[in-house]
Design a protein around this ligand. Structure first.
Ligand SMILES: [Zn+2]
Length: 302
């Protein structure tokens, strides 16, 4: 059976839409210009339109089709299909139309499309959340940097400056650092994804993904601790987990959540310890009442 123009159009639009989504995933510029859900909304609207039009067409077909007469013999228009020979009430052979063939369904491709679209949607949602810093207005970015700077200065106990490293000049893939600190210059750069998470907390009042929030708080506290003059990575991380509780609270979390985030980050640090980040392995004394406990008089840690 030849595919109808409608089928071909549908296939072409699906391929076009998927192609666009793929482009969107690859292009940072497209991502900042077009919200991630837009291609999916267009795709969904197109599918709905196809379904509605399909139903309408089928209804129109049904209205035109003549009601078959049980005693009619096949005529010239009937071709050679769809008639069944049977016996009528008087035992005479007669031809009746066969039950109509069920309409050909195209559910297979549509279902596959749905699965692919949902998968891509989830992936695009993730990308969007990560790449979101560039989509924050630049005035807002400056306001956020001011805020991060103030928090870092409080932890460092001196005048420092925190920037979001938009261009990944110091952070990101390759440097394996979500943040860097230049101790003598009192300067720190944070990866954009870290800034986005902190911004979400402090300015949008949302936690977002817990692991990411915990990590972002830890990174800011970690760099600020370096700026206090501490170079040893393990010690710095141990202090950062403790400072992170206060920092989290100041950024809008309640005490319980802030503490739970730092506890989960500590668990991740410990499980990371044997892999690749040896320098960051939490040291002896990074325990309640230990050498590195910033508040040895309470029984909570971090
Ligand atoms: Zn460090």
């Amino acid at each position: 059976m030849e595919s109808s123009p409608r089928d071909r159009l549908q296939t072409a639009s699906r391929i076009g839409a998927l192609g666009f989504v793929a482009l969107w995933l690859l292009s940072a510029r497209l991502q900042s210009a077009i919200p991630f859900w837009l291609p999916f909304a267009i795709l969904a609207a197109m599918e709905v339109e196809f379904v509605v039009r399909g139903i309408r067409d089928r209804r129109a077909d049904e209205e035109v089709e003549p009601v078959p007469n049980a005693r009619r013999l096949p005529g010239a228009d009937d071709a050679d299909l769809g008639w069944v020979e049977t016996l009528d009430d008087e035992g005479q052979p007669t031809l009746v139309p066969a039950a109509p063939r069920p309409p050909r369904t195209t559910r297979g491709p549509a279902l596959l499309m749905l699965v692919v679209a949902i998968g891509l949607f989830a992936y695009a949602y993730r990308i969007d959340r990560d790449a979101g810093w560039s989509s924050v207005a630049s005035a807002e970015q400056s306001r956020a940097e001011e805020r991060f700077t103030a928090e870092a200065a409080r932890i460092a106990g001196r005048d420092v400056r925190v920037y979001c490293d938009d261009a990944y000049s110091f952070t990101g893939v390759g440097s394996d650092a979500a943040g860097v600190a230049f101790i003598s210059r009192g300067l720190s750069y944070l990866e954009p994804t870290i800034c986005r998470s902190l911004y979400r907390l402090a300015f949008e009042g949302e936690l977002g993904q817990r692991d990411e929030a915990a990590f972002a708080i830890t990174v800011l506290a970690h760099e600020a601790t370096h700026l206090r003059g501490i170079r040893n990575e393990a010690e710095t991380e141990c202090y950062a987990l403790q400072e992170g509780v206060t920092l989290g609270r100041r950024l809008g979390l309640d005490e319980e959540t802030a503490r739970a985030l730092m506890e989960s980050q500590r668990a991740r640090d410990l499980s990371d310890a044997s892999v690749a980040r040896l320098d960051y392995r939490l040291p002896e004394g990074c325990t309640d009442g230990g050498r590195l406990d910033l508040s040895p008089n309470d029984d909570r840690f971090p």
